[in-house]
Design a protein around this ligand. Structure first.
Ligand code: FAQ
Length: 332
């Protein structure tokens, strides 16, 4: 039954014969580290949780184009501009792979977008902060893409095949993004005193929000336990956050920049860097829509969607024309 690629997703979508947690075959597959494919039977709650996470991830990539899009026209050189445009285009591509992965679960992309536009779906908190200077392009690449990689590499081993496979290419591209961000900051940090100060200011503003990207602490993360049992998540929010801190502190030292945490210290007994307390009330406020840029991000997204209506109409008209021409054998 598992790995069956025949039939349509809808045939399974209406299948409700499975207990919430999955029947014995499903759980045995997960325990054996197998992959669930679109037409396999799966518990409705597993399907719903994947749609929730993959759609939130796709929305994050699409909204995540905005903070950097803000600097394309003001990049300091033609080369920087070309690189930034390529990065923002990659993010659009990631959104498209992820919407396609969600569609294999029997949902329609227009339904997911409608949920985003009406506030019924979330997107990552990090994209609700403003990009005030060019150095923010460096901080986003280094910290935000760096956090994204730490979070997403384990998803290449997610139990749901299409999501895991989409993440392989996404992670390769995120690695390039992270390196280009590091390189921007390295150049600024070793430039004039004003450039160094600009780099430091960007890191000061993006550090704590980057730590919050990993989600609430484990004891306040309602989805983690089941997502880990189902092999959707491989590590908890706090485990991944710690991994990111341990990876990033030496990189900050190499950049000649400091992290804005007076309590940051190396713990000899555990071999980990310990941060001061994270203010999770800020994360919950941003998720609730009260971050500095939530309203602007959503207004821009809705506007772009409305302005793109003619493209969707044209594509649908072309597909209809092509279908009827194929039916009458008139296609060249
Ligand atoms: N922001 O129970 P948990 C990127 C929500 S892509 C907003 O711990 P879960 C690339 C969470 O959805 C960045 N909401 O949830 C890029 C849940 O609400 P729900 C996106 C958050 O799913 C770079 C509730 O809080 N990456 O950066 C956040 O087990 C540069 C309780 O949380 C992904 O989406 C947050 N930070 O763990 C693009 C990766 N944290 O749904 C452009 C895949 C939590 O029950 C430029 N996703 N929430 O209503 C994941 O790994 C997980 O979904 C987590 C959350 C870790 C984000």
């Amino acid at each position: 039954m598992y790995g069956d690629h025949s039939g349509t997703p809808e045939q399974v979508w209406s299948h409700d014969a499975y207990a919430d947690d999955g029947d014995a075959d499903f759980l045995a597959l997960i325990q054996a580290d197998g992959r669930v494919e679109p037409r396999d039977a799966m518990p409705n709650a597993y399907r719903a949780s994947l749609v929730r996470q993959i759609a939130q991830h796709a929305h994050s990539e699409i909204i995540g184009m905005q903070p950097e899009g803000n600097w394309i026209s003001r990049a300091p050189s033609l080369k920087r501009k070309a690189i930034l445009m390529a990065k923002v285009q990659d993010e659009a591509g990631h959104g498209l792979y992820l919407y396609a992965a969600a569609e294999t679960l029997g949902v329609d992309r227009s339904e997911l977008l409608d949920k985003l536009h009406t506030g019924r779906h979330k997107y990552s908190s990090i994209f609700n902060y403003p990009t005030l200077t060019w150095a923010d392009m460096g901080a986003i690449g280094w910290l935000v893409d760096g956090a994204a990689i730490v979070n997403q590499v384990p998803i290449t081993r997610c139990s749901y095949g299409p999501y895991a496979r989409a993440m392989v290419r996404i992670c390769k591209e995120e690695s390039f993004h992270q390196r280009q961000g590091f390189e921007i900051l390295h150049t600024l940090s070793n430039g004039s005193p004003a450039q160094h100060a600009m780099a430091q200011d960007a890191v000061d503003r993006w550090w704590w929000p980057s730590l919050m990207m990993f989600g609430p602490p484990d004891d306040a993360s309602p989805n983690s336990e089941r997502s880990m049992r189902w092999g959707i998540k491989r590590f908890s929010n706090d485990e991944l956050r710690q991994r990111f801190v341990d990876m990033t502190v030496p990189q900050a030292q190499a950049l000649g920049l400091t992290l804005p945490d007076p309590e940051l210290a190396y713990d000899d007994t555990t071999g980990h860097w310990r941060t001061g307390a994270i203010d999770f009330t800020e994360l919950f406020e941003v998720i609730a829509g009260n971050g500095p840029c939530n309203a602007a991000r959503m207004a821009h997204r809705r506007g772009a969607h409305e302005r793109g209506q003619w493209v969707r109409d044209a594509a649908a008209a072309y597909a209809d024309k092509h279908r009827s021409a194929t039916a009458t054998g008139a296609v060249a």
